[in-house]
Write a protein that binds this ligand. Sequence first.
Ligand SMILES: C[S@@+](CC[C@H](N)C(=O)[O-])C[C@H]1O[C@@H](n2cnc3c(N)ncnc32)[C@H](O)[C@@H]1O
Ligand SMILES: Nc1nc2[nH]cc(C(=O)O)c2c(=O)[nH]1
Ligand code: SF4
Ligand SMILES: [Mg+2]
Length: 272
Amino acid sequence: MPVTSEVDRPETAPDGPALPINELFASLQGEGVLAGVPSTFVRTSGCNLRCWFCDSYHTSWEPTHAWMAVDEVVAAVDERDPDHVVLTGGEPTIHDESFELLRRLDDDYHVTVETNGTVVPPADVPIDLASISPKLATSTPTPERPPAGVAPTAEGDDDGAPGVDAGEWTERHEANRVDVDALATLVDRYESQLKFVVTGRDDLPEIVDLVERVRDAASVPVPDHEVLLMPEGQTREQLAGTRTTVAELAAEYGFRYTPRIHVDLWNDAPET
Ligand SMILES: C[S@@+](CC[C@H](N)C(=O)[O-])C[C@H]1O[C@@H](n2cnc3c(N)ncnc32)[C@H](O)[C@@H]1O
Ligand SMILES: Nc1nc2[nH]cc(C(=O)O)c2c(=O)[nH]1
Ligand code: SF4
Ligand SMILES: [Mg+2]
């Protein structure tokens, strides 16, 4: 495993290339330019960031997973026989074995990779759509903004669940959340979308500035319709509080709006 891995590999892991898999399921792509397209999702565990709002808490703050050989993952995808595969996480690109999986899936599927855009894969790694979600300042966890859904403890420790210390991650998340050169390399190399999680109007100046910096560093154009604003919200109720504002901001700034149709349809149920 690479040194960047956020999960340990136990002795019981399969021999050969293997990945920590949190879930593997068929659903509809819920976000972005392919929203609505039937897809098989492969969700790896482990992340190099810690967004306070992470809707995949059990891949980041408290990672859980079963180890699957890359061969087994390919077989599980083949069994579902989709046209589209989505590799997500956690952050799938922190695992070298994800690159092997992408090479194996290339011939048979359209593969989207959901990534926070902090890691550039080796140059030979095939990706049909890089779905890049750079993280804004409002994603950073603090003791006042611990992981969503984790209540402060009775002792007044506001970092939430045992073993979860939002404050410990503040600096590390802040230092690593944006790498403009990595973002520019990804958009240069792959068909891409930049999909920002928006918590409110105050996020927009940072988005405009970051998009400009990526445009300056990239060799290809980044048209406004490849810049997507996605409302923050893990549940229908939370989304109801953000989506109209975010849709109006997209119209005002000329960016694209993306719904989270899986949340509308299935709320925060696993394997959706
Ligand atoms: C769980 S992340 C995994 C991939 C990668 N780590 C990333 O952040 O792009 C999948 C997608 O969900 C988005 N996301 C996570 N939590 C969210 C929330 N509370 N509201 C809206 N989008 C969220 C991320 O920004 C990303 O686009
Ligand atoms: N239906 C559905 N669509 C998605 N698009 C991106 C997702 C992700 O978690 O990366 C996701 C997800 O978790 N479910
Ligand atoms: S980068 Fe992605 S997986 Fe990691 S904490 Fe943020 S939303 Fe969750
Ligand atoms: Mg999701």
